[in-house]
Design a protein around this ligand. Structure first.
Ligand code: UDP
Ligand code: MG
Length: 156
């Protein structure tokens, strides 16, 4: 099982889309193992998006990221990093396919509602940056054996 860090960015909160977006991940069958509302500080934003430091959109991106509270959550599931990125859609809202979160609700290059880790290694790093150990929960989802076929001893 893999974990990923999702951020519902300031526009998701301001546009009252938090519930709709969280529902998509719940309905897909992913497990929420951590969730909280925070205000991302400038330092955290700069660190989170450090790979984009040299880009012309870096400063406005930091401003956007810190402009209102966000929801951060840790989701768990098989191949979740790849699947969550697919569910989010392409970075630019206008380019994202209908049926994806960005494709259905975003048109902007920047205000695109959601962040999701782009690799398992990035997920580990980002989860550690946003969550303390005690804020993540281990529990058995009641429907686990209906989300996955466990009858062979593997998670299929
Ligand atoms: N972004 C932007 N202008 C650009 C490209 C990206 O403002 O030309 C913002 C956008 O909010 C995006 C974030 O910077 O989500 C990080 O960019 P990245 O390429 O990592 O996209 P993501 O991984 O979020 O799809
Ligand atoms: Mg990225």
């Amino acid at each position: 099982m893999e974990k990923t860090l999702i951020i519902l960015k300031p526009d998701a909160l301001q546009r009252r889309l938090l519930g709709k977006i969280i529902s998509r991940f719940e309905e897909k069958g992913f497990q929420i193992i951590g969730l909280k509302m925070i205000q991302i500080s400038e330092t955290m934003a700069r660190q989170h998006y450090a790979e984009h430091e040299s880009k012309d959109f870096f400063e406005p991106l930091v401003k956007y990221t810190t402009s209102a509270p966000v929801i951060v959550m840790v989701l768990k599931g098989k191949n979740i990093v790849e699947i969550a990125r697919k569910m989010m859609g392409a970075t630019f809202g206008f380019r994202a396919e209908p049926g994806t979160i960005r494709g259905d609700y975003a048109v902007s290059n920047r205000f695109n509602l959601i962040h999701g880790s782009d690799s398992s290694a990035a997920a580990e790093r980002e989860i550690a940056a946003f969550f303390h150990k005690g804020e993540l929960f281990e529990y058995q989802p009641a429907d686990f054996s209906w989300i996955y076929d466990l009858s062979t001893g593997n998670i299929i």
